[in-house]
Structures are given as structure tokens and as C-alpha cells.
Design a protein around this ligand. Structure first.
Ligand SMILES: Cc1cc2nc3c(=O)[nH]c(=O)nc-3n(C[C@H](O)[C@H](O)[C@H](O)COP(=O)(O)O)c2cc1C
Length: 217
């Protein structure tokens, strides 16, 4: 039987089809380049390109990461939403720094974002919650992030009760729902290449001004 080690070493990496990327022609603002790359990812059929890995660290610097979806991107930064009861929210309350990593395999592109994490406030959080579908609102309201669960049946029962509640009370806002922003200081665009001549274009912000430079892969 093939060992996992053999299996791991037999698999190709960077097997997507890289689009053309000329870093010399890249826009001055990384949000503009992110928008270009994100649109290209959607057009290339990248599955769920809005899913990203969010890394946080607790007060002692212990890191953890998880996948979530990007809710918006604009001049202020990269928005996501989560539950205040989650481990990531506890990390951010203690240490409001975060990073996001996107991996778009079919186009061999990675984007990395790092910066301060800012809570967007109760109004923005309520608006984000109410913009979710009834099923997503019920899913968020029917769980207790990180708490011990006795059985999967208990989870299903809680979600069923939550769906009934949301149907009966469509204006309900989950008080623990939080919208957050990663305000980027550094954004790296990584264009992979089968010949390993990967192009890394790094944007760094000083005040309101972005500087960009190539770095060796
Ligand atoms: C594709 C995908 C999208 C997800 N989207 C979110 C999201 O938008 N917000 C969120 O809090 N968790 C989302 N999750 C669940 C998180 O990965 C994670 O399980 C959960 O937030 C608890 O993480 P924590 O204990 O580190 O806080 C998503 C998971 C996947 C795989």
C-alpha cells in the first residue's frame, strides 16, 4: 500500500495555468491589484476564491488559523465576519493583528495580507448579519462556537429551532455577530510559475502611501 509519505511526494504542485503578470505595470494601490486578481480568479473558475485563511495569535503569541470568507474589500481593508464567542475573536480582542492568505490554485496565485484588525462596530455587524440569507442567519444563531457538544443530534436540534426562530423573527440580530476589517500594512502578490521563477510583488504602507517592490522568491 502506498504510504502517505509516498502519496505526498507523488503529487504535483503549482500545476495550474499562470496568467500573464507584469509587475512593472501593476497599479500603485494593492487594493486595485487585489481587485484585478480576484476578478481574474473568478473568471478562471477558481472554486470559492473568496475563501481565505485568517491567522491570529493570542496574547502569548500562540498562532492559530482557519478558513473564512471575505465579505468586502475596499480602500479601508479586507472585511470578514465572525462570532464574538469564537477563538479568533478572543485572539483579536487580546492581540488585534491578523493576516489573510488566499490560494488560487488554477491560476497559481497567492495573496497575503497583514495588518491591524479593527472591529467595525455594532451597526456594521448588525447590517452584515441581516444581509445574510435566512439559512446563514439561523446557522450562526443556532450554534455556540467552541463549546463542548454532546452529540451531533443536539446540533441538528438546535439548528432546527434556530431556523424556526429566524422565520418567526426575521429582524432578529445575533448580538455576538461581529464584522471585522484587516487594515493592511503589507500585501504580497505571488505569481507562481512551473519553472519556479515565482514573482513576488510586495506592497508596504507608510501612512497613506504604498511603496511596492519585488522580492526574491
Ligand atoms: C469555506 C469556509 C468558509 C467559512 N467562513 C467562515 C466565516 O465567514 N466566518 C467564520 O467565523 N467562520 C467561517 N468558517 C469556519 C471557520 O473555519 C472556523 O471553523 C470557525 O470560525 C471557528 O474558528 P475559531 O475557533 O478559530 O475562531 C468557514 C469555514 C470554511 C471552510
Amino acid at each position: 500500500m502506498t504510504s502517505v509519505r509516498e502519496l505526498l511526494r507523488s503529487l504535483p504542485a503549482l500545476s495550474g495555468r499562470p496568467p500573464r503578470f507584469d509587475p512593472a505595470a501593476a497599479p500603485h494601490d494593492p487594493i486595485d491589484l487585489f481587485t484585478q486578481w480576484f476578478t481574474a480568479a473568478v473568471e478562471a473558475g477558481v472554486p470559492e476564491p473568496h475563501a481565505a485563511t485568517l491567522a491570529t495569535a493570542d496574547a502569548a503569541g500562540r498562532p492559530s488559523s482557519r478558513v473564512l470568507v471575505l465579505k468586502d474589500v475596499g480602500p479601508d481593508g479586507f472585511a470578514f465576519a465572525t462570532d464574538a464567542r469564537s477563538a479568533k475573536a478572543a485572539d483579536l480582542a487580546a492581540n488585534p493583528q491578523a493576516s489573510l492568505a488566499f490560494w488560487w490554485q488554477p491560476v497559481v496565485r497567492q495573496v497575503r495580507v497583514a495588518g491591524a484588525a479593527r472591529y467595525l462596530g455594532d451597526d456594521a455587524s448588525a447590517a452584515d448579519y441581516l444581509a445574510r440569507s435566512p439559512a446563514s442567519r439561523a446557522a450562526a444563531a443556532g450554534v455556540r462556537p467552541g463549546e463542548p457538544l454532546t452529540s451531533v443530534a443536539e446540533l441538528h436540534a438546535s439548528l432546527a429551532a434556530s431556523r424556526e426562530r429566524i422565520a418567526a423573527e426575521p429582524g432578529y440580530v445575533l448580538p455576538s455577530w461581529q464584522a471585522w476589517l484587516v487594515v493592511p500594512d503589507v500585501v504580497e502578490f505571488w505569481q507562481g510559475s512551473a519553472d519556479r521563477a515565482h514573482v513576488r510583488l510586495v506592497y508596504r504602507r507608510t501612512g497613506d502611501v504604498w511603496a511596492r517592490s519585488l522580492v526574491w522568491p
